[in-house]
Design a protein around this ligand. Structure first.
Ligand SMILES: [Zn+2]
Length: 143
């Protein structure tokens, strides 16, 4: 079983349990997945961890929360602040993350900070190619 963090087009967030990723895709394409709050069938998967690539030539991204984290007793608040920082300042390239990170690394496109999702395979090939990236956990926000 795998769980996915899901959200509908109205922004309601909820969790779904599936036997596999294929089962999720199948249910979604057949319109069987609906938001438990509003019943919308327009449901998307939220990444539970976000991949982050910082371009070497882009503006250095020092999370302003880092200083606060030293004072904050709860580690969770640091990750929440970090996730918020990344959401605000990094371009969301979604599932194209691996390709974009690669192209930025090669200088084929403008250097910029991006975030997105990766598969385990993509992470492995990025590591093999020496493309640096980070995975950070995304906290669950209360709706
Ligand atoms: Zn909804």
């Amino acid at each position: 079983m795998i769980t996915f963090d899901l959200s509908c087009h109205a922004g309601h967030r909820f969790e779904g349990w599936f036997g596999s990723r294929e089962e999720f895709d199948d249910q979604r394409s057949r319109g069987l997945l609906v938001c438990p709050v509003c019943g919308s069938p327009r449901v998307e998967k939220q990444p539970s961890a976000v991949a982050v690539h910082v371009a070497r030539r882009a503006v250095p991204a020092a999370p302003p929360a880092a200083g606060e984290a030293n004072k904050a007793p709860v580690a969770g608040s640091f990750f929440k602040a970090l996730a918020e920082f990344v959401e605000t300042h990094f371009e969301d390239v979604g599932e194209r993350f691996a390709d974009e990170a690669r192209r930025i690394d090669r200088g084929e496109v403008d250097a910029r900070n991006i975030r997105g999702t990766t598969t385990a395979q993509e992470e492995e090939s990025l590591r093999d190619e020496g493309v640096e990236f980070l995975k950070i956990p995304l906290p669950k926000y209360d709706a």
